[in-house]
Design a protein. Sequence first.
Length: 101
Amino acid sequence: RGAKLKTLRECLQMEFRMARRFIANPDFFEGVRAALVDKDRSPKWAPPPHPDQVAEYFEPLPAPNQELQLTYKPRGPLAEEDRGDAPRRLTEAEKRRFGRD
């Protein structure tokens, strides 16, 4: 799924959606309990999810106000990435400024 995303904004949105859904899953807390709280390393996992349930992790969140709100607008040599264009090559001045070859 991630390979189809074009921008950093889209990747961060996908990661945010997955994280929100992972922490809503009882298995997350069971893993924390087994590894960090009781330290028994014996989690009692729920049955594996159906593929449709896995697909839900990538879907938009139920309410628009639950989605990741990014307000930062990049500037500089990679600003085009925010528009979905492929990043351009750095100019010689930018290479010196950012310490890149």
